[in-house]
Design a protein around this ligand. Structure first.
Ligand code: UDP
Length: 275
Protein backbone atom coordinates (compact mmCIF):
# COMPACT_ATOMS: atom_id res chain seq x y z
CA UNK A 1 0.00 0.00 0.00
CA UNK A 2 1.24 3.45 -0.81
CA UNK A 3 0.96 5.64 2.25
CA UNK A 4 -0.05 9.12 1.23
CA UNK A 5 1.61 11.98 3.05
CA UNK A 6 -0.52 13.48 5.80
CA UNK A 7 -0.34 17.12 4.89
CA UNK A 8 -2.26 19.26 7.36
CA UNK A 9 -2.57 21.90 4.66
CA UNK A 10 -4.71 19.75 2.38
CA UNK A 11 -8.47 20.28 2.27
CA UNK A 12 -10.03 18.87 5.38
CA UNK A 13 -13.49 17.98 6.48
CA UNK A 14 -15.52 20.96 5.50
CA UNK A 15 -14.41 20.88 1.87
CA UNK A 16 -15.75 18.43 -0.61
CA UNK A 17 -14.41 17.19 -3.86
CA UNK A 18 -17.49 17.29 -6.06
CA UNK A 19 -15.53 16.59 -9.21
CA UNK A 20 -14.42 13.24 -7.81
CA UNK A 21 -17.64 12.24 -6.22
CA UNK A 22 -19.58 10.84 -9.12
CA UNK A 23 -16.66 9.27 -10.96
CA UNK A 24 -14.82 7.80 -7.99
CA UNK A 25 -17.79 7.29 -5.71
CA UNK A 26 -18.79 4.10 -7.45
CA UNK A 27 -22.29 4.17 -6.05
CA UNK A 28 -24.39 1.26 -7.15
CA UNK A 29 -26.31 1.88 -10.34
CA UNK A 30 -29.86 2.34 -9.24
CA UNK A 31 -32.68 2.33 -11.70
CA UNK A 32 -34.25 5.76 -11.98
CA UNK A 33 -31.07 7.63 -11.05
CA UNK A 34 -29.36 9.84 -13.60
CA UNK A 35 -25.56 9.93 -13.26
CA UNK A 36 -25.77 13.30 -11.53
CA UNK A 37 -28.58 12.29 -9.22
CA UNK A 38 -26.65 9.22 -8.19
CA UNK A 39 -24.48 11.60 -6.18
CA UNK A 40 -27.28 11.74 -3.64
CA UNK A 41 -30.74 12.70 -2.53
CA UNK A 42 -31.81 15.46 -0.15
CA UNK A 43 -34.08 14.56 2.72
CA UNK A 44 -35.44 17.56 4.63
CA UNK A 45 -32.40 19.41 3.38
CA UNK A 46 -29.79 16.83 4.41
CA UNK A 47 -27.74 15.25 1.63
CA UNK A 48 -27.61 11.46 1.59
CA UNK A 49 -25.18 9.76 -0.79
CA UNK A 50 -26.43 6.85 -2.86
CA UNK A 51 -23.68 4.50 -1.88
CA UNK A 52 -23.45 0.82 -0.97
CA UNK A 53 -21.17 -0.69 1.69
CA UNK A 54 -18.87 -1.75 -1.13
CA UNK A 55 -18.85 1.78 -2.58
CA UNK A 56 -18.01 3.22 0.85
CA UNK A 57 -15.08 0.81 1.26
CA UNK A 58 -13.76 1.72 -2.20
CA UNK A 59 -14.06 5.41 -1.41
CA UNK A 60 -12.11 4.96 1.84
CA UNK A 61 -9.38 3.20 -0.15
CA UNK A 62 -9.16 6.16 -2.53
CA UNK A 63 -8.94 8.63 0.34
CA UNK A 64 -6.10 6.66 1.90
CA UNK A 65 -4.24 6.73 -1.43
CA UNK A 66 -4.90 10.48 -1.83
CA UNK A 67 -4.25 11.54 1.76
CA UNK A 68 -5.90 14.57 3.32
CA UNK A 69 -8.71 14.21 5.89
CA UNK A 70 -12.19 13.00 4.93
CA UNK A 71 -15.32 12.60 7.02
CA UNK A 72 -18.15 10.07 6.88
CA UNK A 73 -21.43 10.83 8.69
CA UNK A 74 -23.89 8.02 9.48
CA UNK A 75 -27.15 9.89 8.99
CA UNK A 76 -30.38 8.67 10.57
CA UNK A 77 -33.69 10.48 11.21
CA UNK A 78 -32.36 11.69 14.58
CA UNK A 79 -29.46 13.40 12.77
CA UNK A 80 -31.84 15.04 10.32
CA UNK A 81 -34.11 16.41 13.04
CA UNK A 82 -31.17 17.56 15.18
CA UNK A 83 -29.61 19.36 12.22
CA UNK A 84 -32.76 21.48 11.87
CA UNK A 85 -32.15 22.92 15.33
CA UNK A 86 -28.37 22.88 15.28
CA UNK A 87 -26.81 24.99 12.54
CA UNK A 88 -23.30 23.84 13.24
CA UNK A 89 -24.33 20.20 12.94
CA UNK A 90 -26.18 20.97 9.69
CA UNK A 91 -23.01 22.55 8.29
CA UNK A 92 -20.92 19.55 9.29
CA UNK A 93 -23.32 17.18 7.52
CA UNK A 94 -23.31 19.40 4.44
CA UNK A 95 -19.53 19.49 4.31
CA UNK A 96 -18.98 15.77 5.00
CA UNK A 97 -17.30 13.82 2.22
CA UNK A 98 -19.80 11.00 2.55
CA UNK A 99 -23.24 10.90 4.21
CA UNK A 100 -24.44 7.33 4.46
CA UNK A 101 -28.04 6.24 5.04
CA UNK A 102 -27.86 4.73 8.52
CA UNK A 103 -31.59 4.50 9.12
CA UNK A 104 -34.52 2.84 7.49
CA UNK A 105 -36.45 6.12 7.70
CA UNK A 106 -34.09 7.63 5.16
CA UNK A 107 -34.59 4.78 2.70
CA UNK A 108 -38.32 5.24 3.06
CA UNK A 109 -38.11 9.01 2.52
CA UNK A 110 -35.82 8.61 -0.52
CA UNK A 111 -38.18 6.08 -2.08
CA UNK A 112 -41.06 8.49 -1.58
CA UNK A 113 -39.14 10.99 -3.72
CA UNK A 114 -38.74 8.35 -6.44
CA UNK A 115 -34.99 8.15 -5.77
CA UNK A 116 -34.51 4.89 -3.89
CA UNK A 117 -31.17 4.48 -2.15
CA UNK A 118 -29.26 1.29 -2.95
CA UNK A 119 -29.14 -0.04 0.62
CA UNK A 120 -29.03 0.87 4.28
CA UNK A 121 -25.39 1.52 5.15
CA UNK A 122 -25.11 1.55 8.93
CA UNK A 123 -22.10 2.58 10.96
CA UNK A 124 -22.44 -0.45 13.22
CA UNK A 125 -22.30 -2.87 10.27
CA UNK A 126 -19.74 -0.63 8.58
CA UNK A 127 -17.13 -0.81 11.36
CA UNK A 128 -16.47 -4.59 11.08
CA UNK A 129 -16.65 -4.37 7.27
CA UNK A 130 -14.06 -1.59 7.25
CA UNK A 131 -11.91 -3.61 9.67
CA UNK A 132 -12.15 -6.63 7.37
CA UNK A 133 -11.03 -4.59 4.35
CA UNK A 134 -8.37 -2.91 6.52
CA UNK A 135 -6.87 -6.29 7.44
CA UNK A 136 -6.66 -7.15 3.75
CA UNK A 137 -5.31 -3.80 2.55
CA UNK A 138 -3.05 -2.95 5.48
CA UNK A 139 -5.09 0.08 6.59
CA UNK A 140 -4.20 1.25 10.09
CA UNK A 141 -7.14 1.75 12.47
CA UNK A 142 -7.51 4.03 15.51
CA UNK A 143 -10.48 3.69 17.89
CA UNK A 144 -11.40 6.77 19.92
CA UNK A 145 -14.20 7.20 22.46
CA UNK A 146 -16.70 5.06 24.39
CA UNK A 147 -16.34 4.23 28.08
CA UNK A 148 -12.83 3.48 29.40
CA UNK A 149 -11.60 0.09 28.22
CA UNK A 150 -14.23 -0.34 25.51
CA UNK A 151 -12.16 0.95 22.57
CA UNK A 152 -9.27 -1.26 23.64
CA UNK A 153 -11.50 -4.33 23.97
CA UNK A 154 -13.20 -3.56 20.65
CA UNK A 155 -9.78 -3.26 18.99
CA UNK A 156 -8.71 -6.63 20.40
CA UNK A 157 -11.97 -8.22 19.27
CA UNK A 158 -11.58 -6.85 15.74
CA UNK A 159 -8.00 -8.18 15.57
CA UNK A 160 -9.29 -11.57 16.73
CA UNK A 161 -11.93 -11.55 14.02
CA UNK A 162 -9.67 -10.22 11.27
CA UNK A 163 -6.16 -11.56 11.77
CA UNK A 164 -3.46 -9.24 10.54
CA UNK A 165 -5.53 -6.13 11.28
CA UNK A 166 -3.42 -3.24 12.57
CA UNK A 167 -5.12 -1.34 15.39
CA UNK A 168 -2.52 1.36 15.95
CA UNK A 169 -4.25 3.07 18.86
CA UNK A 170 -7.26 3.06 21.17
CA UNK A 171 -8.22 5.76 23.64
CA UNK A 172 -11.42 6.63 25.48
CA UNK A 173 -10.63 10.35 25.67
CA UNK A 174 -13.50 12.81 26.00
CA UNK A 175 -15.29 15.09 23.53
CA UNK A 176 -14.30 18.10 25.68
CA UNK A 177 -12.44 20.88 23.87
CA UNK A 178 -9.79 21.13 26.53
CA UNK A 179 -8.76 17.51 25.92
CA UNK A 180 -8.70 17.84 22.14
CA UNK A 181 -5.05 18.94 21.65
CA UNK A 182 -3.73 15.96 23.62
CA UNK A 183 -6.00 13.55 21.76
CA UNK A 184 -5.02 15.00 18.38
CA UNK A 185 -1.37 14.57 19.33
CA UNK A 186 -1.88 10.89 20.22
CA UNK A 187 -3.66 10.22 16.94
CA UNK A 188 -1.07 12.07 14.84
CA UNK A 189 1.71 10.06 16.46
CA UNK A 190 -0.05 6.77 15.65
CA UNK A 191 -0.54 7.74 11.96
CA UNK A 192 -3.76 5.81 11.37
CA UNK A 193 -5.51 5.61 8.01
CA UNK A 194 -8.98 5.25 9.53
CA UNK A 195 -10.31 6.84 12.73
CA UNK A 196 -13.54 5.77 14.42
CA UNK A 197 -14.91 8.25 16.95
CA UNK A 198 -17.49 6.97 19.46
CA UNK A 199 -18.77 10.03 21.34
CA UNK A 200 -22.39 9.78 20.18
CA UNK A 201 -23.96 12.19 17.68
CA UNK A 202 -23.63 15.05 17.13
CA UNK A 203 -20.55 15.44 19.35
CA UNK A 204 -18.45 12.88 17.50
CA UNK A 205 -19.23 14.46 14.13
CA UNK A 206 -18.49 17.98 15.39
CA UNK A 207 -15.25 16.71 16.91
CA UNK A 208 -14.10 15.23 13.61
CA UNK A 209 -15.06 18.36 11.67
CA UNK A 210 -13.16 20.53 14.10
CA UNK A 211 -10.09 18.43 14.83
CA UNK A 212 -9.91 15.96 11.97
CA UNK A 213 -7.64 18.10 9.80
CA UNK A 214 -5.13 18.47 12.63
CA UNK A 215 -5.28 14.74 13.37
CA UNK A 216 -4.41 14.16 9.71
CA UNK A 217 -6.36 10.95 9.17
CA UNK A 218 -7.58 10.15 5.62
CA UNK A 219 -10.91 8.55 6.68
CA UNK A 220 -12.84 9.43 9.84
CA UNK A 221 -16.27 8.30 10.94
CA UNK A 222 -18.46 8.90 13.99
CA UNK A 223 -19.62 5.45 15.08
CA UNK A 224 -21.98 6.03 18.04
CA UNK A 225 -22.47 2.85 20.03
CA UNK A 226 -20.68 0.58 17.52
CA UNK A 227 -17.70 -0.15 19.77
CA UNK A 228 -20.11 -1.18 22.56
CA UNK A 229 -21.81 -3.55 20.13
CA UNK A 230 -18.49 -5.12 19.11
CA UNK A 231 -17.52 -5.95 22.69
CA UNK A 232 -21.07 -6.96 23.60
CA UNK A 233 -21.43 -4.15 26.19
CA UNK A 234 -24.59 -3.25 24.28
CA UNK A 235 -26.60 -5.81 22.35
CA UNK A 236 -27.83 -5.09 18.85
CA UNK A 237 -31.36 -6.08 17.87
CA UNK A 238 -31.68 -9.69 16.71
CA UNK A 239 -31.36 -10.28 12.97
CA UNK A 240 -35.11 -10.90 12.49
CA UNK A 241 -35.97 -7.56 14.10
CA UNK A 242 -33.42 -5.72 11.98
CA UNK A 243 -34.80 -7.42 8.88
CA UNK A 244 -38.31 -6.09 9.49
CA UNK A 245 -36.94 -2.65 10.38
CA UNK A 246 -37.69 -2.80 14.10
CA UNK A 247 -34.19 -2.03 15.36
CA UNK A 248 -35.52 1.25 16.80
CA UNK A 249 -38.11 -0.69 18.86
CA UNK A 250 -35.43 -2.98 20.26
CA UNK A 251 -33.33 0.01 21.30
CA UNK A 252 -36.37 1.63 22.91
CA UNK A 253 -37.07 -1.51 24.97
CA UNK A 254 -33.46 -2.14 25.99
CA UNK A 255 -32.49 1.52 26.53
CA UNK A 256 -35.82 3.14 27.56
CA UNK A 257 -34.06 6.36 28.64
CA UNK A 258 -33.59 7.06 24.94
CA UNK A 259 -37.32 7.59 24.43
CA UNK A 260 -36.97 11.35 24.19
CA UNK A 261 -34.31 11.04 21.48
CA UNK A 262 -36.43 8.49 19.66
CA UNK A 263 -39.30 10.93 19.40
CA UNK A 264 -37.25 12.25 16.49
CA UNK A 265 -38.51 9.33 14.40
CA UNK A 266 -42.26 10.14 14.37
CA UNK A 267 -41.38 13.84 14.04
CA UNK A 268 -39.21 12.98 11.04
CA UNK A 269 -41.99 10.94 9.41
CA UNK A 270 -44.43 13.79 9.97
CA UNK A 271 -42.04 16.38 8.51
CA UNK A 272 -41.41 14.23 5.42
CA UNK A 273 -45.10 13.55 4.84
CA UNK A 274 -46.00 17.22 5.32
CA UNK A 275 -43.30 18.05 2.76
N1 UDP B 1 -19.65 8.51 24.79
C1 UDP B 1 -18.37 8.89 25.21
N2 UDP B 1 -18.18 10.09 25.81
C2 UDP B 1 -19.20 10.95 26.02
C3 UDP B 1 -20.50 10.58 25.59
C4 UDP B 1 -20.70 9.34 24.97
O1 UDP B 1 -17.42 8.13 25.01
O2 UDP B 1 -18.98 12.02 26.57
C5 UDP B 1 -19.84 7.21 24.12
C6 UDP B 1 -20.70 6.19 24.82
O3 UDP B 1 -19.95 5.51 25.82
C7 UDP B 1 -21.07 5.27 23.69
C8 UDP B 1 -21.03 6.19 22.47
O4 UDP B 1 -20.52 7.43 22.92
O5 UDP B 1 -20.09 4.29 23.51
C9 UDP B 1 -22.31 6.38 21.72
O6 UDP B 1 -23.38 6.62 22.55
P1 UDP B 1 -24.88 6.54 22.02
O7 UDP B 1 -25.40 5.16 22.15
O8 UDP B 1 -25.63 7.63 22.69
O9 UDP B 1 -24.71 6.92 20.47
P2 UDP B 1 -25.62 6.62 19.21
O10 UDP B 1 -25.27 5.22 18.76
O11 UDP B 1 -27.04 6.76 19.62
O12 UDP B 1 -25.16 7.68 18.27
Amino acid sequence: MTRAAHDPGTPGPGRRHPERRTAAGAPAVVEGWSPVERAGVRILGVRIDAVTFEGMLDRIGEWIEEGGPHQICTVNPEFVMASRRDREFAQVLEAADLCIADGVGLLWAAKRQGKPLPERVTGSDGVPLIAERAAREGWRLYLLGAAPGIAEAAGAELVRRFPGLQVVGTYAGTPSEKDAPGIVERIRAAQPDVLFVAYGAPRQDLWIAKHGAAAGVPAMMGVGGSLDFIVGAQKRAPEWMRRINLEWLYRLITQPWRWRRQLALPKFVWAVVRG
